[in-house]
Design a protein around this ligand. Structure first.
Ligand code: ZN
Length: 242
């Protein structure tokens, strides 16, 4: 099977549309979504509709969950919480119902999907260091676990001898005696100093993984965010990829 894996769309319809167009050229069997469909950006309903129509598996992210559980917002910074309040105002009833039905984790073939970290899928811990990754390898039994949340693509690997390292390449062969914890980056708000939308292709027949980047017109998204009075900080970061 050949999968596209998308994460952290954040109501950015231009980035999501560009990624969908790219995926159409990739001959995939299924598209999987790791959550944070909404939050930050200007088109939450449209992004939910598109994700719903193209993805076979969808899990929830902390921004999706915060639209339903107001207590979650206290963990957000001021810009993120402003955007959640705005998002809740504009979301349709059917969109809110859809978000309320999303699971925290799913399994597909020999891999796991979770938004933030496998140790506690509903707590939203960040995996930003090799040490944090090593700790999390003991919380999944599958060969691979795919995550989003930090908006920074990265591949952590565990060898049969329980040695751990970062894979420096963007495209790797999945080796039979290794396990992997892989962050696919963000479609709608990349933070690795690259403004292009990020997603991944996983081919479980060839055992290959590839990180994909797609340039999109973020100026259009920024203009919509200005028109919707969303925070400047969130508008500007799309142009710096931070
Ligand atoms: Zn996110």
């Amino acid at each position: 099977m050949r999968y596209a894996i998308i994460s952290d769309i954040h109501s950015n319809l231009e980035a999501l549309t560009a990624v969908c167009n790219d995926i159409e050229q990739q001959d995939v069997d299924e598209i999987l979504c790791l959550g944070d469909i909404v939050g930050y950006g200007p088109d939450p309903n449209e992004c939910i509709d598109m994700v719903k129509s193209i993805c076979s598996v969808i899990i929830t992210g902390n921004h999706d969950y915060a639209c339903l559980e107001r207590s979650e917002i206290e963990y957000f910074n001021v810009f993120a919480s402003q955007s959640i309040f705005w998002t809740v105002e504009v979301l349709s009833d059917s969109a809110l119902l859809f978000l309320s039905q999303l699971p925290f984790q799913e399994n597909v073939e020999n891999f796991k999907l979770v938004h933030a970290s496998p140790d506690s899928p509903s707590i939203w811990n960040y995996i930003l260091t090799l040490d944090q990754a090593i700790y999390n390898f003991s919380y999944f039994d599958e060969q691979m676990c795919f995550i989003g949340h930090t908006h920074k693509p990265v591949i952590y690997a565990e060898t049969a001898e329980k040695d751990y390292h970062l894979e420096r390449k963007k495209n790797i062969e999945i080796e039979e005696d290794k396990r992997y914890l892989i962050n696919v980056g963000s479609v709608g708000q990349p933070r690795d100093s690259n403004t292009a939308a990020s997603y991944a292709i996983l081919d479980t027949d060839r055992m290959e993984y590839a990180l994909m980047r797609v340039v999109y017109d973020f100026h259009k998204t920024q203009k919509k965010m200005v028109d919707s009075n969303l925070p400047n900080f969130l508008i500007e970061r799309l142009a710096s990829g931070r």
